[in-house]
Ligand binder design. Sequence first.
Ligand code: SF4
Length: 368
Amino acid sequence: MPTYHALALFSGGLDSILAAKLMQSLGHNVLGLHFSSPFFGHPQRISAWEQEYSLPIIPIDIGQDFVDLLAAFPPHGFGKVLNPCVDCKIHMLRRAKELLPAFGASYIISGEVLGQRPMSQRADTLHIIRNKAQVRDLLLRPLSAGLLPPTPMEESGLVDRSELFSIAGRSRTQQYALAQSLGITTIPAQAGGCRLGERESVRRYWPILQAICEPRVDDFDLANAGRQLWRMHNSRPQHWLVIGRDNTDNERLLPLTRPDDYIFMLADFPGPLALARPTRDAWPIALVQEAASCVVSFAPKARKAGSPVQVIVRHNNKEWPLWVPPPFAHNFAEPPAWAQTRECIRAKTKELSQSVCSKTCMQTDTQE
Ligand code: SF4
């Protein structure tokens, strides 16, 4: 296995590219680590990045760790939406530290810029991240190094501090100049890319965290696909149904199916494919019937026929037909609007900060 001087957190954003390429230009052998989860990361772009930036990069899947972090409520809280940036950075740095010996590397590079982001890149937060990740003597932030205390890498002469930068704040002017001097011509779009910072995505995720005590990565993969519908019980999301909005969605849903999921397909009309995932127990037949009704309500031709519609249901490797009569009534609905979701997140945050329980899940023992 090749060895490297340093491992660099490589998100594919401009700052991560600049930090890795700057150290490479100073003669350091750098390996990029690209972290991915259902919420962020583009491992399929790695080979294009390797060619574009002449930098070796490996994928690191932290999906389940990240899901566990969300479900257990991140100790440093969320940013503006559901983005636990401080704990996310701590987690990535810890993983990078664990990987150092395997690659013979002696330090970690991060593209953080002092003051660029309100939550995770304030001076005090950078300090917390470095200490909590236990990378105090291993972490180099080359873009803002001149504004931060010297690291052991600089003090020992391994890295020439005078070659590092003193960038701070939200302006990108200095980054563009540095990119030009490093010969980087492909500049990625600014920020974005993390679904936990997007309100519409979080409307999809929050019901899962409320309804499932130990969610899995493929729950969030499912939340990223199709039209999300929930049936509430005592004002809490309880029964989950995902309906394909088009053929692309339908094709995405099938590979995400677990044996105990319910699959719904219309027998005689064009219509969506739908997947229902029990959050705890198997569904009673009345609920399966209601979900089938809901699926038909999204099939205009079947709805207009005005007569009972046959729906094929698949569950635990069994398949059976179900006749659904008009008017195709149901109580499934899209997750609450962002304002309501935000209030719910805030209330849960407050409740958890005052309690010994540290689970976002609101599941109770009684189910409908
Ligand atoms: S925006 Fe997303 S990927 Fe980036 S630090 Fe925050 S939680 Fe992590």
